[in-house]
Design a protein around this ligand. Structure first.
Ligand SMILES: [Zn+2]
Ligand SMILES: [Zn+2]
Length: 358
């Protein structure tokens, strides 16, 4: 079976791997669509990225890459159940499904508190990051049914949208709050859609790429700003006297500072990006303004998956509160995955979310 593996920075290959059999408690899913995630691109650029590896400065030294590579990729998956193992209840061949990649070890202090996205083991997602292939075998507990009104094409967007919706939940956004989103990639666009659905009064978006600003408008942004052309902080301060909630979805030092300074005193900035390196901010932008800077990572999985922002994103797509179509910029086959990665890296590209159709 063909599957796309990362062999090192800039080195994606289609490998011939053996089809895994189903085992008790697992199901096989025929993949219809798998989205290319910003985190996939990130690993393509810099090599394998660990989850919460504070001790190693949030990177894996090149000398240890052999332990991680080749690495299967692709975790934003929608498809159809094609086989069920023993002891699988409630799932049948032909069911349309998507996969919640947040598993749980059930053994650490975070899992004990139901905070599965913070599980200390942190490698749970590896089980489901095999979506750039015809077929994937996963624990039945990680499978979520796709509502009848949701196409598999849109179901593949439910995972990244869940990340965005969790960020909106974490922000404490209230009806009629003003919002600023920095970076209109798939996560930032999901935040725009989620904030709009949650009743934000006015949504500002800072994004250098025209195609992404356009998608932001289609998803509910009121004002889009090109940070290469205008002073975004000044614009937001003039037009809105700053905002109640900002979201950093670009992963750069300059946008983090812009997000802080665009936010009203006493209000909140949520970081949703993976940063490639440490950046500096001026702590006085927090202290003297009593702003709060918080992080948001993934969404709940484990036994509480049905209450997670991932499930909420499927519901929002099903009832029409969010139409993710403007986020999708293209569809490619397995043999075009590497060129799609190249394209997504290019700052002048119009691509936003590319779906792989194996
Ligand atoms: Zn993702
Ligand atoms: Zn755990």
């Amino acid at each position: 079976m063909d599957a796309v593996y990362l062999h090192g920075p800039g080195d994606l290959r289609i490998d011939d791997v053996e089809k895994r059999p189903v085992s008790p408690g697992t199901v096989a899913v025929d993949v219809a669509y798998t989205g290319i995630c910003g985190s996939d691109i990130h690993e393509y650029e810099v090599g394998p990225v660990p989850i919460r590896a504070e001790a190693s400065g949030h990177s894996i030294p090149e000398s240890e890459w052999d332990d991680y590579l080749p690495k299967p990729m692709g975790h934003e998956i929608a498809g159809t159940v094609s086989e069920t193992g023993d002891a699988v209840d409630g799932l049948a061949v032909g069911d349309r499904v998507t996969l919640n990649m947040v598993a749980s070890c059930e053994d650490c202090r975070y899992c004990a508190a139901g905070k599965y996205n913070l599980c200390a083991r942190g490698d749970a997602g590896v089980v489901t990051s095999r979506g750039f292939a015809d077929r994937i075998v996963v624990p039945a507990s990680m499978v979520l049914p796709v509502p009848e009104d949701v196409s598999l094409r849109h179901a593949a967007l439910a995972e990244p949208l869940g990340v965005s919706l969790r960020g909106v939940r974490r922000s404490g956004l209230e009806l009629t709050d003003r919002v600023a989103v920095f970076g209109a990639g798939p996560i930032g666009l999901g935040v725009v859609a989620g904030a709009s659905a949650a009743g934000a009064r006015e949504i500002f978006v800072s994004e250098p790429r025209a195609a992404r600003r356009e998608a932001a408008k289609a998803l509910g942004a009121d004002v889009t700003l090109d940070p290469t052309a205008v002073d975004v902080v000044e614009e937001i301060t003039q037009q809105a006297d700053r905002v109640e909630v900002s979201f950093e979805c670009a992963g750069a030092g300059a946008t983090l500072t812009d997000a802080l300074r665009s936010t009203a005193y006493g209000e909140t900035v949520v970081v949703l990006s993976v940063f490639e390196e440490a950046v500096s901010i001026h702590p006085n932008d927090l202290m003297q303004a009593e702003r709060e800077l918080i992080g948001s990572f993934g969404f709940q999985g484990g036994p509480l998956a049905s209450r997670s922002a991932f499930t909420a994103s499927l519901e929002h797509i099903a009832d029409g509160r969010i139409d993710p179509e403007p986020m999708i910029s293209g569809t490619v086959g397995l043999d075009e995955v590497a060129s799609a990665f190249e394209d997504l890296q290019d700052p002048d590209s119009d691509q936003i979310k590319v779906l792989v159709e194996p």
